[in-house]
Design a protein. Structure first.
Length: 352
């Protein structure tokens, strides 16, 4: 990471203007911010705590810190740990195993996902100055030094918990710690220059998908059993569906991505093409995994996965393919439960 992160600016207005000017200077066409300068008047305090669109303005520093970690994004990582534990075939409903899984969820969700989201907001502060200038960092609601402190605390906390879990599980090789290190490094190069994987829609979104699906699954499975090569390959394949989910998040940031030269798929291919790439990657992945399960003699699991894919296709036509910018949140709220249940079905299939 950079050694000098910059000095905090005490005046929110000046801070916001500086970010907006720097963002505008990167675009030769001098794209001007068109996003509202203030949070919507009807913003929700619940949305603020979850770190999603439609948040109300908040001055409580701890609530702002929580907002930066985007708690709504913890759920897929927590679920990934559940899937990994199920896939291990060695999870038992006793106090110790439940406690282990909860600690692993804290590592994956609040700590390392919180680190990922905070560092992403830090490096996205110029884009947010265009798209959402009322967000905590570009608005000056939290100082730069406070953001950097939060990044380090969450990172070191997550890595420390990873090492603790290896000791608790009796591992000779600290696999969970190294998974945490690898995931943290991936999060950093996803958001930070010079690599900044998110600048490329294909690489960045696959990296994001694998972080949300593969890494927590691997951690959960390694905690209770043995992480095998076939599971690694299967979860990386499933991460292509994660790529599609990541594209859904790109639709709301087209203006800022274009202004700063980020080649997200909606920017590179246009909204119409990107929405079909999105649904194709989600659906084809799940159908391929269902085919693999059927070919492996696990027909009932394959049929269950197929049954969970069909509602997603219906919802894609109802929301995402109709207007991905307007209905992105509605689509994710209605369709993703079926996708994550499909992950659990796949995990249970691999445990037998």
């Amino acid at each position: 990471m950079e050694g000098a992160w910059g000095r905090a600016v005490s005046e929110p207005t000046r801070n916001r203007r500086r970010f907006a000017v720097r963002a505008a200077e990167t675009d030769t066409n001098e794209v001007k911010p068109t996003a509202p300068d203030k949070a919507p008047a009807e913003g929700s305090s619940i949305n603020q705590l979850l770190g999603i669109k439609g948040a109300s303005k908040e001055t409580n520093k701890w609530k702002i810190r929580l907002q930066l970690t985007k708690p709504v994004t913890w759920a897929p990582l927590v679920w990934g740990v559940v899937c990994g534990a199920a896939a291990s075939g060695n999870f038992h409903w006793n106090v110790e195993d439940v406690a282990k899984s909860i600690v692993c969820m804290i590592m994956s969700g609040p700590c390392l996902t919180g680190y990922t989201q905070t560092i992403n907001d830090w490096y996205d502060r110029e884009i947010d100055a265009i798209n959402e200038p009322y967000r905590p960092i570009p608005s000056g609601a939290i100082s730069e030094s406070e953001v950097i402190t939060q990044i380090w605390v969450l990172l070191l906390g997550g890595l420390g918990i990873g090492g603790l879990l290896d000791v608790w599980a009796g591992h000779d090789f600290p696999i969970i710690f190294y998974l945490a290190v690898g995931g943290s490094l991936l999060s950093y190069i996803y958001s930070a220059p010079p690599l900044k994987l998110k600048q490329n829609g294909w690489i960045g979104n696959f990296a994001l998908g694998s972080s949300y699906i593969s890494l927590p699954w691997w951690a959960g499975q390694a905690l209770f059993g043995t992480l095998t090569l076939d599971v690694v390959v299967l979860t990386l394949l499933y991460s292509i569906a994660g790529l599609g989910i990541a594209i859904v998040n790109d639709f709301k940031s087209i203006e800022g991505d274009r202004a700063l030269g980020l080649q997200s798929l909606p920017v590179a291919f246009g909204v119409d093409a990107a929405k079909w790439i999105c649904v194709g990657s989600i659906d084809i992945t799940q159908l391929s995994v269902a085919g693999y399960l059927a070919a492996s003699g696990k027909l009932y699991y394959a049929l269950a996965l197929l049954g969970l894919t069909i509602p997603q296709v219906v919802l894609q036509f109802q929301y995402l393919l109709k207007d991905p910018i307007k209905y992105d949140v509605k689509y994710q709220a209605s369709a993703q439960p079926f996708l994550v249940l499909g992950l659990l079905v796949t995990a249970l299939a691999t445990s037998h």
